[in-house]
Design a protein around this ligand. Structure first.
Ligand code: C2E
Ligand code: MG
Ligand code: MG
Length: 765
């Protein structure tokens, strides 16, 4: 049989079943009325007709379970429940004897009970299939509802029957089972259903109607059993059959629901969440209070107590839920690594702040970006970087005022919101925070120095929104980084340019692969005789739009983009290409600057060897310069790389000496050939005796350690002469020559003229 055939047969059977059930009801209705004296039941009506309806209902429910997969469990449970009821009925009625008073097997009661349990499972299944997300605490709500309703029911409805003093016989517990189960089920349904925000659709409404019918019949059975007036038949008995017929109809009409009709969890968060359990709980308390005064059944009191306990449990669960909610909320607002508020919080707080900000009462935002953080990560590993980032918050927080907000925006970027702060105060605060961050950090026992660049922007002018504040501060920060000035305040660009740094990074990537990067060469001469002893390669970026860009603009962008290593590769290649042009005639080595990312790169020696080989140059044609601080991140590895380079014959030079933090002891073990004294230390030698003293002593130190001393930034002949007097070995600076294009340098090399050569008075080129 094909699937299609099966469906058609199923559909036919499906239509036949409710008709069959209705017919059974109709026939049964003809026999409604008390059974004749002397008989508690009638074979035709109470055994055949009353149960015919079940015969239709059992397969109808089963078929529905196949048609509606989402409710499969419910329909199957319902089908089984009906089958079990049918079986119990068929056994009980005859077993009770014609008078209906003979004991019947306990099995019958057990069957009835289990069928109620299954009915319960079915109803729960119906509800569950309508709830998008089910939460265990919903059961507690349902339990409170059920216990409260039950307490009221037992106290005021069933209660009187339980009281022997009222002159009525006490009821056997077994007789109570059915009505109690009914009430319990209805209570649970109402409670759980309404709490979940489940709307009554056709299936639920009809099933509730069916349950209602059963309840009426069960209650009638109960009262009449208690009063001893029960005989089968009678109008109320028809309610069982009616209930079963309604269930059959429901099964017949059941169709899969359209997707997305399950109640959204959000709907749960209304007044319903608390209203129903609360009402039930109050009802339970009323029962307790009434019972206190009069005498209500003990069972009612226990139920009310149970209800109160369930409510207490619910409170505990609610508390946990609320706390969990709070935690989730907190997590969503907290930066995981540092525990600081995150970008979202900054936005919210910024918006609040801006609401009360006026030009009389301005506010400011500082954007902090660590300098050299990538180097720390690269050289010491990410866990060290993380440790460093975690120290930022505690250090800065100590200096924040009430109302200030420090947030981490991601990476090594932080932001501080300063309400009630004008531009000057903001700059001062930025300087203050920067000084704090310039103090060394200890990470894994290593003292680390990181710099920070801070961009400052104010509201409402020029930035009127949080986004604008962030953007302006970002531009200012980028400028601070490029200019190495530490703190920069955003000044609106009259031409409207924003210096979008993302764009810069993208462009930089293209520059590295294309031919936009070039080098300028600046000669170094021996102080003694003016002989050219070297040339420093200084990178330039021939930007297609912005013109020739200096390292101050290029390097921070390269650092942010993590492109320092490839940048060095390009510069190394350019420098060696240039050197190869003069090496055969003049053995003047070329110097290339390294960044921290290179110094800790174990591949560097290999790369250098390859590059030299490619250009047919010996190792002594190359000097590598590195700023002392780049070594501080990972002195061990840095030292190894330097030592390896020196073994190869490459010269190494400590650049910008005197501005960093390296200790003298460290200098002793450093594998270097020369020190380049920073130009800040050489600038005033002609006028400041203290500056001269520093140079003199540094020269002595360098010589004692077997190092050559190079002075940078020699801007005029007088300075050059003074530095030569103080013992410097090599000089570099505008007084000799400015950095120049490779071709210019080659020309200059043919006739090196400069201010430092005694007697050569030609102006500097
Ligand atoms: P540096 O290695 O100390 O290079 C010397 C800088 O001082 C150069 O600036 C040079 O133009 C400038 N200078 C030279 N003589 C004088 C002078 O008499 N007076 C003054 N005021 N300045 C003088 P530049 O080219 O802007 O380079 C700046 C820094 O950028 C360099 O400082 C170096 O640390 C870095 N750098 C340059 N090229 C590269 C590179 O290819 N790779 C890396 N990693 N860094 C580079
Ligand atoms: Mg240099
Ligand atoms: Mg330098």
């Amino acid at each position: 049989m094909t699937t299609h055939g099966a469906t058609t047969v199923g559909a036919h059977r499906q239509r036949a079943l409710p008709a069959f059930a209705l017919l059974a009801l109709a026939l049964y209705a003809t026999g409604i009325g008390p059974r004749p004296d002397g008989a508690a039941w009638d074979r035709t009506y109470d055994i055949v007709l009353a149960n015919l309806a079940y015969l239709a209902a059992v397969p109808a429910a089963w078929l529905a379970s196949r048609r509606v997969p989402a409710e499969q469990m419910a329909w199957r449970a319902l089908s089984c429940a009906l089958l079990l009821s049918l079986t119990s009925n068929l056994i009980r009625t005859p077993a009770a004897g014609l008078q209906g008073n003979e004991p019947y097997p306990l099995l019958v009661d057990a069957g009835a009970l289990i069928s109620y349990l299954l009915l319960y499972v079915a109803m729960v299944g119906f509800i569950r299939s309508r709830v998008a997300r089910f939460h265990p605490s919903m059961w507690l709500d349902g339990l409170i509802g059920a216990l409260g309703t039950l307490a009221v029911g037992v106290a005021f409805v069933i209660g009187p029957y339980l009281d022997p003093t009222a002159g009525r016989p006490a009821v056997e517990l077994v007789n109570l089972t059915l009505p109690v189960s009914d009430v319990l089920m209805l209570a649970l349904l109402v409670a759980v259903g309404s709490i979940l925000g489940v709307r009554l659709d056709r299936t639920l409404a009809l099933m509730s109607l069916a349950l209602g019918c059963l309840l009426v019949a069960d209650l009638s059975l109960f009262t009449r059993t208690v009063s001893g007036t029960y005989v089968d038949g009678g109008p109320t008995d028809a309610f069982w059959v009616l209930g079963v017929v309604v269930a059959t109809l429901t099964a017949h009409l059941a169709q899969p629901r359209a997707a997305g009709t399950a109640a959204a969890p959000r709907e749960r968060l209304g007044w319903r969440l608390l209203a129903l359990p609360a009402v039930c709980n109050v009802a339970g308390l009323v029962v307790l209070a009434v019972g206190w005064a009069g005498d209500l059944p003990v069972a009612a009191a226990w139920l009310a107590v149970g209800c109160a306990l369930a409510a207490a449990a619910r409170t505990a669960v609610t508390f946990r839920e609320v706390r969990a909610f709070h935690e989730v909320n907190l997590q969503a607002r907290t930066d995981e690594l540092t525990g600081l508020p995150n970008r979202r919080v900054l936005h919210e707080a910024g918006e609040q702040m801006l609401a009360t900000t006026t030009s009389q009462r301005p506010a400011a935002l500082l954007l902090l970006d660590l300098d050299g953080f990538k180097e720390v990560n690269d050289s010491l590993g990410h866990s060290a970087g993380d440790q460093l980032l975690r120290q930022i918050g505690p250090r800065l927080t100590a200096r924040l005022r009430a109302g200030d907000l420090l947030a981490r925006l991601g990476g090594d970027e932080f932001a501080v919101l300063l309400p009630d702060t004008g531009v000057d105060a903001a700059r001062a605060r930025a300087e203050e925070l920067r000084d704090l961050l310039l103090q060394p950090f200890v990470v894994d026992g290593v003292r680390l120095h990181v710099g920070v660049s801070i961009g400052v922007a104010t509201a409402p002018v020029p930035a009127a929104s949080v986004q604008e504040l962030l953007r302006c501060a970002d531009v200012a920060m980028y400028a601070a980084k490029a200019g190495r000035e530490g703190v920069n305040v955003y000044v609106p660009d009259p031409h409207g340019g924003t210096g979008d740094r993302l764009q810069t990074m993208e462009e930089l990537r293209t520059a590295l692969t294309g031919d936009e990067l070039l080098i300028h060469l600046q000669p170094q001469v021996a102080c003694e005789d003016g002989r050219v002893v070297g040339a420093e390669a200084l990178v330039r970026w021939a930007h297609p739009v912005r013109g020739l860009l200096s390292p101050a603009e290029l390097l921070p962008a390269a650092e942010r983009a993590g492109l320092l290593r490839p940048l060095t590769d390009v510069v190394l290649d350019l420098a060696l290409t240039a050197a190869a042009r003069w090496w055969d005639t003049r053995e003047v080595p070329v110097s290339v600057n390294l960044s921290a990312a290179n110094v800790t790169d174990p591949d560097l020696p290999g790369k250098v060897v390859q590059a030299l080989a490619r250009h047919g140059l010996p190792a002594r044609a190359l000097t590598l310069e590195l700023v002392e601080d780049t070594l501080m991140a990972d002195p061990e590895r840095g030292r190894e790389v330097l030592a390896e380079l020196r073994r190869l014959g490459v010269r190494t030079s400590i650049d910008d000496y005197g501005t960093g933090y390296s200790s003298l002891a460290y200098l002793r073990t450093l594998p270097a050939d020369e020190l380049k004294l920073d130009r800040s230390l050489t600038a005033d030698v002609t006028t400041d005796p203290r500056a001269a003293a520093i140079v003199r002593h540094t020269v002595a130190l360098a010589h004692d350690l077997g190092l050559r001393l190079v002075v940078e930034g020699v801007e005029d002949a007088a300075g050059g002469a003074a530095l030569r007097e103080l013992g410097a070995d090599i000089a570099q600076g505008y007084a000799i020559a400015r950095p120049m294009a490779v071709d210019d340098f080659l020309a200059w090399l043919e006739a090196p003229r400069h201010l430092l050569v005694p007697g050569d008075l030609d102006p500097v080129r």
